[in-house]
Design a protein around this ligand. Sequence first.
Ligand code: FES
Length: 360
Amino acid sequence: MTLIPFALVRRTARLLAPLRYLVSHGWLRESSVDAVLALLHPAWRLNRVFACVRARRWVAQDMLALTLMPNGNWRGAEPGQHIQAYVEVAGVRLSRSYSLTALNADGSVEIAIKRHFGGRLSNRLLDYLAVGEVLEIGEAFGELHWPADADSVLLLAAGSGLTPLLGLLRSALQKGFSAPVELLHYVRDSGQHAFAQELQALQQQYRNLTVRSMLSSQLGRFSPGHVQDVARSHALTCGPFGFVSAVRDWWESVAKTPLQFESFSPPSSTHAVSHSPLLLRFARAQQEVLGNSASSLLLQAEAAGLRPAHGCRQGICASCTCLLVSGAVRDQRSGAVLSEPGQPIRLCVSVPMGDVVVDI
Ligand code: FES
């Protein structure tokens, strides 16, 4: 039961400024204020963003679209971005990032959640989060953007990599983008073709859009031969790391414009891995451990008992960014070697190339 309507919660965020002032000067504790606000409405908080679930609908056999209306603390989002969702399960706070598939005119947003075997957070949202309940989310992040001046656009998605591209596509078409757009969506079987009906409807409504459903069980993995018109001026791709890497290699060999890409699975190292132990020093924690050049600094810091801030664990949200004090790391996404002292690095996609000191 709620004591005040959610519409009021959305409108009152600015009115809480005096309370924020008191909290920032140490006269009140944010957790105490939040506890009182939450009694009045479960989505009301001083600074944190909570959202009410407005709708649930299955968009594939294994994918659910959730419509969320955030409280008044939400700063908004751009198409193609992602948000972090937070849920406490058995006393443990879990988080996972989801792409925004739609930004609606009424201020609500849509995310799509894919079922993962053993996925504690996703499966909880799929099976237990009901319409009317609330969910904590983070501010939007991500750098994919629609190339509004492109002569033509190619979108290559695999699995749930469709979701940020769909958010961009919907928004661009609504805004009147009229150059040719070709979308190829790879899935293992036809039941995984998420948003198939919406995409068909978009294709009928917008003559410049071509949607092609690609069954990898029949066609195999991405191959340049699948693309009908390789003269597309801009391309965006999203999917597992192997898929994105294959698209990147092909695009770099045929195109002059940069490819926008995001991968939602951790990069696998294609570089030689040294098995000699390395020395990792976490400066602020004043801790030194033996490490390796096979796994990310985030994983190695966590294995050492540290809890560095992080979000997506995919190199997208930047919440694990810290400073490299000395040594060299390889960015697993691009292969670039970073060795400038004081340089920001993302722990979740940086592997050490020797002894390294980082500022965590
Ligand atoms: S956790 Fe998101 S960039 Fe590292």
